[in-house]
Design a protein around this ligand. Structure first.
Ligand code: FMN
Length: 195
């Protein structure tokens, strides 16, 4: 399953990043060439995955003007997001580069295999594990599908076509980032509409 974190490291830079994990111990992160985060992590093996609210995740793509706190690891300073609920400190075990073609030409992806080395609860008001879970896009997309589904028979044919396009788009994302449980519910919708 893929979770959305705010990634920080040894520079005052924050970026929303998706990390795949099935056990919250091992993570796969794919970074697309062209961002400061990509450059920073070419030579940096310690990454902080900040579990943040959707508001902070969204803000973090706009700029790096966040509230940062410092921590020391192996004699080096790293930054994390002050408003994070929890941080997972992960170490890069393996770094691979591959290229792919898109509409703009050739581009590079850096694939990072990471392992958790430490974690810290920042928001100590949140004591339960489910309050400290990172954001998953499939949750909100599944609810969006439910909203569209509830309205589909109340709208014109043209509107219905547009709604079906959105449902298909959301379903494709859920397939990439969701869990088995998300897929079970998605398949229930499939019994009623042509996704
Ligand atoms: C929710 C979300 C998830 C993202 N996931 C990734 C990702 O997995 N890999 C990536 O390269 N970029 C991802 N991005 C885009 C980066 O966040 C973006 O390139 C970065 O913030 C640019 O800022 P920087 O130049 O300071 O690194 C994501 C953006 C959002 C909003």
């Amino acid at each position: 399953m893929k979770y959305e974190y705010v990634l920080t490291s040894s520079l005052l830079n924050r970026a929303p990043i998706g990390a795949k994990t099935s056990d919250f111990k091992n993570y796969i992160i794919n970074l697309f060439e062209g961002s400061h985060t990509y450059e920073m992590l070419k030579n940096e093996d310690i990454i902080i995955l900040n579990v943040c609210s959707p508001l902070i995740i969204a803000e973090s793509v706009i700029d790096d003007v966040g509230n940062y706190e410092k921590l020391e690891y192996n004699g080096k300073t790293y930054y994390y997001i002050k408003e994070a609920e929890k941080i997972d400190i992960v170490k890069v075990k393996n770094r691979k580069f591959s290229s792919f073609k898109n509409e703009y030409g050739n581009s590079c992806i850096m694939n990072l295999e990471c392992e958790k080395i430490d974690e810290k609860i920042i928001d100590t008001n949140k004591k339960y594990q489910n309050e400290l879970k990172p954001f998953n896009r499939a949750d909100s997309l599944l609810v969006e599908i439910a909203v569209l589904y509830s309205r589909i028979n109340l709208v014109s044919e043209t509107e219905k076509i547009k709604m079906m396009e959105k449902i298909k788009e959301y379903a494709n994302i859920i397939k990439k980032v969701g869990s088995k449980e998300h897929m079970i519910v998605l398949n229930k919708f499939k019994e009623h509409i042509d996704i």
